[in-house]
Design a protein around this ligand. Structure first.
Ligand code: LFR
Length: 491
């Protein structure tokens, strides 16, 4: 008899995909059923997600998954964090969800900090300051007609799950990125919600990874041609939470770089670190699966490269990634360096121009070619990984013996080698589809196909998925230490 097949819906900033996995106690086989573009849409000042287009992509994906698998044993959804849709009293969506890169969110930071100081905010929520955290997004919409009419706030994966099943909930790993969850009790912080003048009723009951959300509605079964019932299980609905489940670590002495549009660099802990030092270093305490804490820092990530490629395409320049990476590998190291987390790099737009401006302002000759720009990005990211892996270890007291680099960046051999050199640690690269794998592992366990804790789930990953080992180049340390000293840490 065929093994059960689970569908993982995994939405990223530039594309969504529906993957199908066959799962058994010693089997984990993932295939892609459908991939579709995710194109943010700007109207006036507002930058939106086309959430109905995404939902249509999910339905297409489930249809394709059903064709491939015959019958689906379950569905789980993960996506990027912080963004949400508002539903009115009739259950209708109020406007399109805003994109976290919409620059207007940041305008509310002073007002929030006036109501609850940054240090207190950190002690309560444990979240690193990012100007687009949901708490600031909501403050920027205070007094708006939409917020006034809203009955429910659903984070993006919860909104899609709601359309698929009818259920309303807030999956806790993603809820932990709002800035409104209490880092210690792991419940909504009603204190913060009230002090910020937000209606309590907006926030739905929390659900935990592994909980049953519901099952696909009859209309969804009809539209996708799937045979019911198909349960929908809550997974680590924050893609980074699922990606960390998907890290094939053999013990707890590892750091991870979840490397896609963003690079999330950190360690897995049992308890949050809420010290002032941790706040000043920009570390976050997001919740992970099985009560873990994802103690990490956001690094701007491959966005810098993706956005450079988009700029080059628009200018009719070559933008093929393998060619660019091969050329970047021939550029001498450390020709230029930027702080990837400089806020100027956050919005969409001409990235090479912003990198050049940063170099000029810091007394460096700007990159003279596309290859030099790419090399600048990769060297700068690797240096940021070095800083943050070390700092995560130091601030948490966790000893780190290797770095797992998962997500799309694991395909980038140059970046993986630079990461090993910069960190002075072995890097295990892969799986590329860590988020989708973490998603299906949690579903399969929730439905009794697998058992055990994260160590058992990761043992299955190690037995079934390939990882590529990169060892640090001998004698690389001195050069990285010198570069680290040359580009002072702004924090
Ligand atoms: C990665 C990610 C990060 C989050 C950012 C914005 O895809 O989910 O963890 O900080 O997107 O939501």
């Amino acid at each position: 008899q065929a093994l059960p097949a689970f569908a993982a819906v995994d939405l990223g900033a530039s594309s969504g995909r529906v993957m199908v996995a066959r799962v058994g106690p010693d089997v984990l086989e993932l295939t892609e059923a459908h991939r579709f573009p995710n194109r943010p849409v700007r109207t006036g000042d507002a930058l939106h997600w086309d959430v109905l287009g995404l939902y249509a992509g999910v339905l297409d994906g489930l249809r394709a998954a059903g064709r491939e698998a015959g019958r689906l044993a379950g569905v789980g959804i993960d996506s990027w964090a912080v963004d949400y849709g508002l539903l009115d009293a009739d259950g209708a969506l109020l406007g399109n969800p805003l994109h976290y890169r919409d620059g207007r969110h940041a305008t509310a930071v002073p007002a929030v900090h006036a109501a609850v100081g940054p240090d207190e905010l950190y002690r309560l929520s444990g979240l690193q300051h990012l100007p687009f955290n949901t708490v600031f997004q909501l403050a920027a919409r205070r007094g708006s007609v939409q917020l006034g009419a809203a009955r429910r706030l659903l984070l993006v994966p919860d909104l899609l799950a709601h359309w698929l099943t009818g259920a309303e909930g807030a999956e806790v790993t993603n809820a932990s990125t709002t800035g409104l969850l209490d880092a210690t009790s792991r419940e909504w912080s009603w204190e913060l919600i009230e002090r910020l003048g937000l209606p309590r009723g907006l926030f739905p009951p929390l659900v935990r990874p592994g909980d049953r959300v519901g099952e696909l509605r009859v209309d969804v079964l009809e539209e996708t041609g799937l045979a019911g019932p198909v349960p929908v299980t809550a997974v680590g609905s924050h893609d980074t939470a699922s990606a960390v489940v998907g890290v094939p670590a053999a013990d707890d002495r590892f750091a991870y770089v979840s490397c896609g549009t963003w690079s999330l660099v950190g360690v897995e802990l049992d308890k949050p670190v809420l010290t002032e030092e941790s706040r000043a270093a920009g570390f976050t305490n997001e919740l992970g699966v099985d009560g873990t804490v994802r103690y990490l820092r956001n690094v701007m990530g491959l966005w810098l490269l993706q956005e450079s490629q988009r700029t080059w395409v628009a200018h009719g320049l070559p933008s093929d990634l393998p060619d660019l990476l091969a050329a970047a590998a021939r550029v001498p190291a450390f020709t230029t360096l930027v702080d990837p987390d400089d806020p100027r790099f956050l919005p969409p737009g001409d990235m090479p121009a912003r990198i050049a401006a940063y170099c000029l302002e810091t007394g460096q000759t700007p990159p003279q070619s596309q290859a030099e720009t790419v090399r600048c990005i990769l060297d700068s990211l690797a240096l940021a990984y070095r800083r943050n892996v070390r700092r995560a270890a130091q601030l948490s007291g966790r000893s780190v013996e290797n770095v797992h680099l998962v997500g799309g960046g694991a395909r980038n051999a140059l970046l993986c080698q630079l990461t090993a050199d910069a960190c002075g640690l072995p890097v295990l690269a892969g799986p590329v589809e860590a988020a989708a794998l973490g998603n299906v592992l949690v579903q399969a366990r929730g439905l009794g196909v697998l058992s055990g804790g994260l160590p058992e789930l990761r043992a299955l990953l190690r037995a079934t998925q390939d990882a590529q080992l990169y060892l640090p180049t001998r004698d690389a340390e001195a050069a990285w230490a010198a570069e680290e000293a040359r580009l002072p840490d702004p924090r």
